[in-house]
Design a protein around this ligand. Structure first.
Ligand SMILES: Cc1ncc(COP(=O)(O)O)c(C=O)c1O
Length: 430
């Protein structure tokens, strides 16, 4: 049986057997699929490294039947691993009951999901959620929220150098990397970038016209920039300065949220957040365990009512199936004690990665299952290519950084297999 036939056999329901509908594509090799990809899919990502046909737990299989340990988890998305039975059942049950309603209507899953998010966030009375389909949309909503804080009297919005907030125009305006921004200028105006993790620079940004700042956007740990933690005390200082000047403190936890760091939100880790309460948090990626869903959580009545009726919308945001996926993902993380597992195994894994004795490894950083391996030379792409050949999916997020964001179901044994691989990577890669 080919990998695809295998996948079909596992998921074919009795009712579906007679329907020769092209629900799953026909068979093909990785090479054949890659060729078809280049003719059908817009070339924004480059050619796929492999074409994958199925997954189970922390493993995925390509169209040639080769298995990989997925240490990237769809870039911090597949928190429960692949094809998790509880998530699959929850999504199927919701789709078989009520798949979509317009936002002229509510659904119990949507409402319960928003309530769960508020509870996990520890958000005070009066807080509210706006549900989206992705991280960039969550940040787009947050950008509009910021604009509503003072309007034209507060034209300034601060973001950090190295930031990544998404690819739609508002989120892109908040994203620092010139190569992403410049082809699309002019972007929404008013965004200023301050040096990363530098409290003096932040003080300076507020020292002149500080009352014209509508919001400060911060990732508690910069993911795309190489799993970079903020300096200790940065968020606490940011909280004080924004509060003093009436600006919103908006935390982008799209990558760091929903258990990725061993806490529901990274800023809830005392050594990261120092006990602060933000004005808003954006979240997506792991929120639906692989189903597209995002959210803007606004803290407190005042912030939560900045966006009024008719001022924002989305057809799919709050979709019952996406909400069911979110609820199921949260339930499994709680039931299986995965926050503790991520915290404990993440610490062990970071120690073991740092202790391989391979001189290629300069530093290992991160929290929980968001890990950056800093190399002594810019050979991250070559290391990732070797890893793929050896059956591990990892990501060279900068020329010298390997990022790991594995599913929360990863075991110690599986993690150790990658540690052994890293220990043996030769130094003379180019
Ligand atoms: C911190 C952060 N914010 C926003 C985004 C954008 O999310 P999405 O790709 O779902 O639009 C990402 C994606 O990598 C991210 O890491």
């Amino acid at each position: 049986m080919t990998a695809l036939e295998n996948a079909r056999a596992r998921h074919r329901s009795p009712e579906a057997t007679d329907a020769n509908l092209p629900v799953l594509a026909a068979d093909g090799s990785v090479a054949q699929w890659t060729d078809r990809y280049t003719h059908a899919v817009m070339d924004t990502f480059g050619p796929p490294q492999r074409v994958l046909v199925r997954g189970e737990g922390p493993y995925v299989w390509d169209a040639d039947g080769t298995r990989y340990l997925d240490l990237l988890g769809g870039i911090a998305v597949n928190s429960l691993g692949h094809a998790h039975p509880t998530l699959t059942a929850a999504i199927s049950a919701q789709l078989g009951t009520l798949g979509h309603v317009s936002n002229f209507f509510g659904s119990p899953t949507q409402i319960a999901f928003a309530e769960r998010l508020l509870a996990l966030a520890g958000a005070p009375e009066g807080s509210r959620v706006f549900l989206t389909n992705s991280g960039t949309e969550a940040n787009e909503a947050a950008f509009k929220l910021a604009r509503r804080n003072g309007g034209t009297d507060r034209p300034r919005i601060l973001a950090l150098e190295g930031s990544f907030h998404g690819r739609s125009m508002g989120a892109l305006a908040l994203t620092h990397k010139a190569a992403y921004r410049e082809p699309f200028e002019p972007l929404p105006a008013g965004v200023e970038f301050v040096p990363f993790g530098d409290t003096d620079a932040l003080e300076a940004a507020f020292a002149v016209d500080g009352d014209q700042v509508a919001a400060l956007f911060v990732e508690p740990i910069q993911g795309e920039a190489g799993v970079r933690p903020l300096s200790p005390g940065y968020l606490a200082r940011a909280r004080t300065l924004t509060a003093e000047h009436g600006a919103l403190l908006i935390l982008d936890e799209v990558q760091t949220g929903m258990g990725r760091t061993g806490a529901w939100f990274a800023h809830q880790l005392p050594h990261v957040g120092g006990g602060i309460v933000p004005d808003a948090v954006t979240v997506a990626k792991g929120l639906g365990g692989g189903f597209p869903v995002g959210a803007l959580i606004a803290y407190g009545e005042q912030t939560a009512t900045l966006l009024g009726r008719g001022q924002h919308g989305t057809t799919f945001g709050g979709n019952p199936v996406a909400s069911a996926a979110g609820l199921a993902t949260i339930a499994v993380i709680e039931r299986d004690g995965l926050l503790h597992h991520v915290s404990a195994l993440g610490a062990t894994l970071r120690d073991r990665l740092a202790g391989t004795g391979n001189p290629l490894v300069a530093e290992v950083r991160g929290e929980g299952f968001l890990i950056g391996i800093e190399l002594t030379t810019p050979v991250a792409a070559a290391v990732a290519a070797r890893a793929l050949e050896a059956g591990f999916i990892v990501n060279p997020c900068t020329p010298s950084t390997i990022r790991l964001a594995p599913p929360f179901v990863l075991t110690q044994d599986q993690a150790d297999q990658f540690v052994a691989f890293l220990a043996a990577v030769p130094q003379d890669l180019s």
